[in-house]
Structures are given as structure tokens and as C-alpha cells.
Design a protein around this ligand. Structure first.
Ligand SMILES: [Cu+2]
Length: 113
């Protein structure tokens, strides 16, 4: 039992350590009609090209979060809530994030340089 517990601990640590040093972003949608992408609590306007870990917080059962741009088109489910983590490689260009059902009002973008 002790060995199992140690193995489980090692497995749990393996994923975060592999991503250590990777810049973090947070995408949040809902519970109201809001959608944001932040880094260290500030709205993202420009980023350097590279690999990022984005934690997506989908806080509504009638919104979703989609990130779309060069090489990336990922989304959460409209009907589900929860937190998801994506590892994305961002290259030069414009990335847009939207809530698909309300994309005319729930949208934003940032540039990767
Ligand atoms: Cu929406």
C-alpha cells in the first residue's frame, strides 16, 4: 500500500514538473456574458510566440470558450462547466477567443509577435 501511494505521488508530480517554466494563461468565460484571457491577472494584449499552458475556466452551462488562431482551434463544451488545461503553441498572428453561441458580443483577441 505504501508503494502504491508513492507511485501515485510520483505520477501526480510528473505532469506539473514537465510543464514547469511554461508561461501560464487563464481563460475565463461566464458566469455572466464575459470572456477574458489573462496572464498574472492582467488582460492579455500581446504575447511572445512560444508554448503556453492555458487554464480555461468555463463557469457557465450556456457559454463556452473557444481559442482560435494560427495552429490552434480548441473549445470547451457549451453545456458543461469546469476547468480544463490546454498546452498550446502560439505562433505569430492574431488569436481570437469567443463564446460560440454569443460570439458577436462575447469575444476578444490578442496578438502574438
Ligand atoms: Cu455565451
Amino acid at each position: 500500500l505504501k508503494l502504491v501511494a508513492i507511485a501515485a505521488t510520483v505520477a501526480a508530480l510528473a505532469v506539473p514538473s514537465a510543464l514547469a517554466g511554461t508561461p501560464k494563461l487563464v481563460g475565463t468565460v461566464g458566469p455572466g456574458f464575459t470572456i477574458t484571457v489573462t496572464q498574472n491577472g492582467k488582460k492579455v494584449k500581446t504575447l511572445k510566440a512560444g508554448t503556453y499552458v492555458i487554464t480555461v475556466k468555463d463557469r457557465s452551462a450556456f457559454h463556452n470558450f473557444r481559442l482560435k488562431g494560427p495552429g490552434v482551434n480548441k473549445k470547451t463544451s457549451v453545456s458543461k462547466q469546469g476547468t480544463t488545461t490546454w498546452k498550446v503553441t502560439l505562433t505569430k498572428g492574431t488569436y481570437r477567443y469567443v463564446c460560440d453561441p454569443h460570439k458577436t458580443i462575447m469575444k476578444g483577441s490578442f496578438k502574438v509577435v
